[in-house]
Design a protein around this ligand. Structure first.
Ligand SMILES: [Zn+2]
Ligand SMILES: [Zn+2]
Length: 205
């Protein structure tokens, strides 16, 4: 099933993220590949779950394309610093872990020039307007490569055996005895016989 026409465009991801960058392009490829593998449209609710193993630019494209968002709780962050992304469809009872295993490169001379310009812009702070423009063009070509490479050259994937847990997110609130603000019950800490929120408990101990 080809569902690519129904998915948000890369431009929509750029608008959400605020800038265009190679990491966002990778996230876009990961997310669109996941939707193709699962054969699902962008869901409205929590029937799709994403587990991301890093908090890079890529994750913003994943939120836009898959509808798995931080606010809905169907985007789970594991702070592993790895390039792995898992997706599970509850409706279809199937899932995949996708990772990027290779990254396209510009022809050697262009790649070297890009590194040189990057140094001038980001470390020496001495780049001219022309150099900045040249850097932008090279970077744009690299991003284009990420967006157009065959998925199997950029990524690999494995089916997932298990449904990731969907922990209950709604808990009663109680009032912190330190600041008087409402706090989700599961985040209350008992310090010196008082029920405190996390910031107050840190102050008290
Ligand atoms: Zn970015
Ligand atoms: Zn408090």
């Amino acid at each position: 099933m080809d569902i690519s026409a129904s998915l948000p465009s890369f431009d929509e991801a750029v608008r959400f993220h605020g800038h265009v960058c190679p990491g966002l392009a990778i996230g876009y490829r990961v997310a669109t590949t996941a939707m193709q593998l699962l054969g699902v449209d962008r869901p409205r609710d929590e029937e799709l779950v994403a587990v991301v193993e890093n908090d890079t630019c890529a994750v913003d494209a994943i939120q836009v394309v898959t509808g798995c968002t931080f606010g809905k709780g169907n985007l789970v962050f594991k702070d592993y610093g790895k390039g792995g992304f898992s997706f599970f469809s509850r409706d279809k009872s199937k899932g995949f872990r996708i990772r990027y295993h290779d990254f396209p490169m510009l022809p050697e001379a262009d790649g070297a020039r890009m590194e040189q310009l990057k140094k001038r812009i980001h470390f020496e702070g001495a780049a001219t307007e022309t150099e900045r423009r040249e850097y932008g063009e090279l970077r744009g070509r690299l991003i284009q490569l990420v967006l157009t490479w065959a998925a199997k050259d950029l990524l690999d994937w494995q089916p997932l055996a298990e449904v990731p847990p969907n922990p209950a997110r709604i808990h009663p609130s109680i009032v912190c005895e330190g600041c008087g603000e409402h706090v989700m019950e599961t985040r209350i800490r008992e310090v010196g016989g008082k029920s405190l929120c996390i910031p107050c408990s840190k102050e008290a101990s």
